[in-house]
Design a protein. Structure first.
Length: 165
């Protein structure tokens, strides 16, 4: 396993659409292992292939109790409004923003061996799945953010001011 470099905002690669995975082989397994290690080292909740320079429809996330490897993901249905508004990204360091995402998503993806998985995610896992899926289509959270902040502390101060009004 290896730590990979994370592509940062401004690199045109992040705006490209990723291609479907067709080979579920040792190269894919190595990529997934590297992505999980890179995500954990960077203290992120998710990481898409494009963020490590690989234009494949693949991402990993650790937004709940277990690590998910999502290959060729699809969102089948969305429901509700997620109460978690703040969002950040390993490719957009030093910033965060508020993004409206669904509270629940029903999804389909393949695991590292090509087996189909159908899941329902709620809360933070739903938010993370949507965020990482956007990466695969060249969309960054800053494109959808209704308000941007320099960091989570600034966001926290903003929320406190809203509550006292």
């Amino acid at each position: 396993m290896a730590i990979r470099n994370i592509v940062k905002e401004g690199d045109e690669l992040l705006r490209k659409k990723s291609k479907p995975v067709v080979d579920f082989d040792k190269n894919l397994h190595m990529l997934l292992d590297d992505m999980v290690e890179t995500m954990h080292k960077a203290e992120g909740a998710g990481l898409a292939g494009v963020q490590v320079g690989v234009l494949k429809r693949v991402f990993v996330m650790h937004a709940g109790k277990e690590i998910r490897e999502c290959i060729n993901p699809k969102i089948l249905k969305e429901e509700g409004e997620n109460k978690i508004k703040v969002e950040g990204c390993l490719s957009v360091p030093g910033k965060c923003g508020t993004v409206d995402r669904p509270e629940k998503v029903w999804v389909e993806y393949q695991d590292r061996n090509g087996n189909k998985v159908n899941k329902k995610f709620t809360g933070f896992e739903a938010k993370c799945f949507c965020h990482e899926s956007d990466h695969l289509d060249g969309i960054l959270y800053i494109d959808k953010a209704t308000k941007m902040f320099k960091d989570r502390n600034e966001y926290g101060e903003y929320e406190k001011k809203k509550e006292t009004k």
